[in-house]
Structure formats: structure tokens, C-alpha cells
Write a protein that binds this ligand. Structure first.
Ligand code: HEM
Length: 298
């Protein structure tokens, strides 16, 4: 809150939720147009940053690369040209950007099912912060937490939370729950892709999202009690559709136009995330090797 107040000049930008309405309404409707513009900027930014010619391997920092591309791409739709390519402006944007954030119509992007599954599986095991969903009890009479059937049968009572109580809950145990996910601790990049076919049925759709459903039948942007990376409920992240599109465009552009690999010394193993208290973050020193592909799909 302090940094919002000092960098934007007023805390009202954080306390007044006008931007939520903007994201849920007009911006969501214009997502296709925004994606097109962002893709244009992303292609320009990636090529400019990597600056590699054919047949030449080059090493780059993951952290630096993500900050650069995300700040340029997001800035294209937030402040537009020419400011989004202005080095002084970008310097400030890169400083403030977080690495967790990362044909282009939503319809076409939704066809990238493997990329979708990979993103969801990455978020399931490696989302930032185990405790990322916070709520405050607003009902003046307070609330009593609901009980599972089995607990009710045991004669237990819910916990009474008076007005004003701050509540938060952990996402990691839910996202690694063996009852919800097969081999829950295993990183299985196409775990969700295999199940997406079933999403076409109405009964499958109804099963989603309430904690009792088939949690593996889900897209990246679907929130549920077992997938809390974007939160859940009426305050779930309204920017997730934009983030979803941006992430997939980045992955698609990279794999179509570049060969990518880990540096030899990683021996094929992704460097571990860094945990600080309840938060985990990508390894800041991680690098990747990149080479322009001989045939590009331009
Ligand atoms: C990968 C990227 C992102 C992640 C992981 C993320 C995650 C989250 C989470 C966990 C919440 C809290 C939800 C809850 O309490 O239930 C949230 C809220 C929010 N996010 Fe995101 N977010 C991302 C990208 C974005 C983007 C790109 C925007 C804007 C364009 C955005 C705008 C918001 C807003 C306005 C809220 C507050 C919603 C509310 O309180 O009703 N987010 N986000």
C-alpha cells in the first residue's frame, strides 16, 4: 500500500476498486484487440532483446528477459506507442514489474491446449506465495465457517468469525492434495490437456470449481478450491484472461521462432525456486540458451 501511495501519488488507486470494474467490463470485451497489439509489440520486443542471428547460440537471463518483454508488452496497451519503446520509461517499468505477473484472438489462443496445461501445472506447483487469498468478514453479525458432511456427522461446530476478522488460507496443500490430483507432487506438464476434451460436455462444466468436482478438467484461467493461483470467488483475479493470453503468445512466439535449451551445466534440470517464508520465486540467476530457428513461421 505504501508503494502504491508513494509511486502513484495516492493510496486511492489501491483502495478504490474502479480498476476491477474496468477489467471485468470494457477491457475484457476488448481483449481480442488488445491481444493483437500486444502480440505485435511482443514479437518486436523478443527479437530486439535476444538479437540473435541464425545458427548462433546465445545465453540470456530468464529474469531479465521476462521483465523486459512483460514490461514492453503490457506498456504497449497501457501507455501505447511511442512511450512503450522509450528507454527511460521502460527502465522505470522494469524496476516495478514483478516476474510473476508474465492469429491472437481469445478463441485461437484457447486452442493452445498444451501451453494451457503447462501453464496451469506450473501454477499448481509453483505459484507465488502459498497464502495469496485474503478476506475480511464484512457481515456485521459475523459468519460461521461451513462444515464438511463428515464433520457435521461427528457433531462438530463451525468456527465463529466476528465482523472484521481477517482470514486467509493456504493454496499449496489444496493444490498438492492427493485426493484431488493423481500423483499430486509430480510435475506433469500435460496433466490438464488430456482431460480438456471432456470439458465439452455440460456435466463436466458443472463439475468444475466447487472443490468437489473433477479438478483436472480445467483451463489455466479456471479457478477452484484446488487451484488458487488466481484466487477464487467473486474477487478472483479479473486480469487473468489478459495474463493468460500474454503468456501463451510469449510461449508460442518463442517456440515457433527460436530453439531453446538449458545451459549444459544444468544437466537438463530446472533450477529450483527460492522460498522466502510463505513465498516462492523463480531463481533470479537462472539462464537459458537461445538460437533463432532456421525456418520461421512469419
Ligand atoms: C500471472 C499473472 C497474475 C496472477 C498470478 C494474479 C494473481 C492474483 C490473485 C491471487 C489475486 C487475489 C484474488 C483473490 O483474492 O481471490 C488477484 C487479484 C487481482 N488481480 Fe491479478 N494476477 C495476475 C495478473 C493480473 C493482471 C495482468 C491484472 C490487470 C490487468 C490483474 C489485476 C488484478 C486485480 C484488479 C485484482 C483484485 C480483484 C478483486 O479484489 O476483486 N492481475 N490477482
Amino acid at each position: 500500500m505504501y508503494s502504491v501511495g508513494s509511486s502513484l501519488g495516492s493510496k486511492c488507486y489501491a483502495l478504490d476498486a474502479w480498476h476491477n470494474d474496468l477489467l471485468r467490463g470494457p477491457l475484457l470485451e476488448q481483449t481480442d484487440g488488445i491481444m493483437k497489439i500486444m502480440y505485435d509489440e511482443m514479437a518486436f520486443a523478443i527479437d530486439a532483446y535476444l538479437d540473435v542471428t541464425r545458427n548462433e547460440w546465445k545465453e540470456a537471463s530468464v529474469d531479465d528477459f521476462v521483465r523486459d518483454i512483460v514490461s514492453r508488452t503490457s506498456s504497449r496497451f497501457i501507455v501505447g506507442l511511442p512511450l512503450c519503446r522509450d528507454e527511460a520509461y521502460l527502465g522505470a517499468a522494469r524496476e516495478s514489474i514483478s516476474v510473476y505477473m508474465l492469429d491472437t484472438t481469445r478463441h485461437n489462443i484457447s486452442k493452445l491446449r498444451r501451453a494451457d496445461s503447462l501453464a496451469r501445472e506450473t501454477m499448481r506447483l509453483r505459484n507465488y506465495g502459498s497464502r495469496i487469498t485474503f478476506r475480511k468478514v464484512m457481515a456485521t453479525q459475523g459468519i460461521t465457517t461451513p462444515l464438511l458432511d463428515e464433520h457435521m456427522q461427528q457433531g462438530r461446530n463451525g468456527v465463529v468469525l466476528p465482523w472484521g476478522t481477517a482470514v486467509s488460507w493456504f493454496s499449496m496443500p489444496a493444490q498438492r492434495d492427493e485426493d484431488a490430483y493423481e500423483e499430486a507432487e509430480k510435475f506433469n506438464p500435460f496433466r490438464f490437456e488430456w482431460k480438456l476434451e471432456a470439458l465439452s460436455t455440460d456435466s463436466a462444466k458443472q463439475n468444475l470449481g466447487d472443490g468437489g468436482g473433477k479438478v483436472e478438467l480445467a483451463k489455466f484461467s479456471t479457478t477452484s478450491m484446488q487451484h488458487l493461483g488466481f484466487g477464487h470467488g467473486s474477487h478472483a483475479c479479473p486480469g487473468r484472461f489478459l495474463a493468460d493470453g500474454q503468456l501463451k503468445m510469449l510461449m508460442a512466439y518463442l517456440v515457433v521462432n527460436y530453439d531453446l535449451r538449458f545451459p549444459e551445466e544444468y544437466a537438463g534440470v530446472r533450477p529450483a525456486n527460492l522460498w522466502i517464508a510463505e513465498g516462492q520465486m523463480p531463481p533470479a540467476a537462472a539462464r537459458f540458451r537461445v538460437r533463432r530457428r532456421l525456418k520461421t513461421a512469419s
